[in-house]
Design a protein around this ligand. Structure first.
Ligand SMILES: Cc1ncc(COP(=O)(O)O)c(C=O)c1O
Length: 406
């Protein structure tokens, strides 16, 4: 007789953004004239860069001719893209990688959710708190997180590492067991970054304890300050303990187009097993590759024009981030992030809870953000705004919030 995966029944509520979506829909239905400004979900708004579109068009044409038609893509990705990544993303930061250490995928969400396939069931995971929800929920689905306690909003078998203003949103090394450590810098949701010294401490910890680091660098392109590491492999020894996940979503606007990649170095041998071989085995079995047309589009991101155009897109969003950050500061809010990341993380005013502030903003000024508590218990009392809207909307939202405060 069929039995469903009982771990799903343990998952609390619905996915954060579905809850937000429902609330916003209800509000819009009740107030059809309200002009909502959505600075909640981390989705880009600018169109794809011209070089990316040109590459897609020409790849579409290739697919229409017998001589150039392509069927299944290699499941680990086309070499032209893997090579462009190695040269464009890693050589520049002094990191040497082999082509078979790069695994092309349809995005960082899939990779960060699927990577757990290669962990033992009894590995204990450690996550930053607040955290991008996919890391925890995907481990919960595989039964790795124990039971969920509604009161504390925590799973019994997860090590939570609080990230607050006091530690500049970079956690202390865990005192409990941590077999798999998820780190994300530049961080979603806090917008914080880790310095090389801070990251090196994590690498040293992982090497000393036989732990695996999953480093999510989806926002790497948003780093503006010098000396902030762009890859964990800039740290000594990281190839022996870390997997890095990247995305084309935020650096090049591929949220709807779908492309990402994961780096699993061949030196990463834990418990006597090559994780590169395991991930290759897993990908070969469960994945048939990202589409050719999209991989050609990804390759175009690394062309001279592609780089210039995508850098301009990132700069546009980062200008929004600056406008929002500085404006909120002037209005008396405690504001973090927004310097090396497209997220602004603010303290809710007047001791409001995160959801109280969400409702308040939605109802009084029609601005949609994301409640910090949705990312974990330490996010309570914080709120996330994104810089992915238009400049006009960012300015307008800011004006409304300022007036609300006054
Ligand atoms: C930290 C982090 N990782 C991964 C993703 C998902 O990226 P992708 O669009 O490549 O699936 C997001 C998206 O918001 C994210 O914030």
């Amino acid at each position: 007789m069929f039995k469903a995966n009982e771990n799903y029944a343990k998952l609390p509520g619905s996915y954060l953004f579905s809850t937000i979506g429902k609330k916003v829909k209800e509000y819009s239905n009740a107030h059809p004239d309200a002009k909502l400004i959505r600075l909640g979900i981390g989705d880009v708004t600018l169109p794809l860069a011209p070089s990316v579109i040109a590459a897609m068009h020409s790849a579409v044409d290739e697919m229409g001719k017998a001589e150039t038609f392509r069927g299944y893509a290699p499941d680990l990705g086309y070499e032209f893209l893997r090579k462009a990544i190695i040269d464009g993303d890693y050589k520049a930061w002094g990191v040497d990688l082999d082509i078979d250490e790069i695994f092309i995928s349809d995005g960082a969400k899939s990779d960060s959710g699927n990577i757990g396939d290669i962990f033992a069931a009894d590995n204990r995971i450690a996550v930053c708190d607040p955290v991008y929800p996919v890391y925890v929920d995907s481990n919960a689905m595989s039964g790795r997180t124990g039971n969920y306690d509604k009161a504390s909003e925590k799973w019994s078998n997860v090590t939570y590492m609080p990230c607050t203003a006091e530690n500049s949103f970079v956690p202390e090394l865990p005192k409990e067991r941590a077999d798999v450590i998820y780190l994300c810098y530049p961080n979603n949701p806090t917008g914080a970054v880790a310095t090389k010294e801070q990251l090196q401490k994590w690498v040293d910890f992982a090497l000393a304890n036989g732990s695996l680091i999953i480093f999510d660098a989806a926002y790497e392109a948003y780093i503006t300050e010098k000396d902030i590491p762009h890859s964990i492999y800039e740290c000594d020894g990281a190839k022996k303990c870390a997997i890095e996940i990247r995305s084309f979503s935020k650096n090049a606007g591929f949220t709807g187009t779908r492309l990402g990649f994961t780096v699993v170095p061949k030196a990463l041998v834990l418990d006597g097993v090559s994780l590169n071989s395991l991930w290759a085995r897993r990908s070969g079995t469960k994945f048939n590759g990202a589409p050719y047309i999209i991989q050609r589009a990804g390759e175009a991101v690394y062309s001279e024009a592609g780089r210039r155009e995508t850098r301009e897109m990132v700069a546009y969003y980062m200008n929004n981030a600056k406008v929002i950050r500085e404006g909120l500061k002037d209005a008396g809010f405690d504001v973090y992030g927004g310097v090396n990341a497209p997220y602004i993380w603010l303290k809710t005013p007047g001791n409001m809870t995160s959801w109280e502030f969400f409702d308040y903003l939605l109802e009084t000024v029609n601005v949609v953000g994301t409640p910090g508590s949705g990312f974990g218990p330490s996010g309570e009392g914080y709120f996330r705004l994104t810089a992915f809207g238009s400049l006009e909307n960012s300015l307008e939202a800011l004006e409304r919030i300022k007036n609300m405060k006054g």
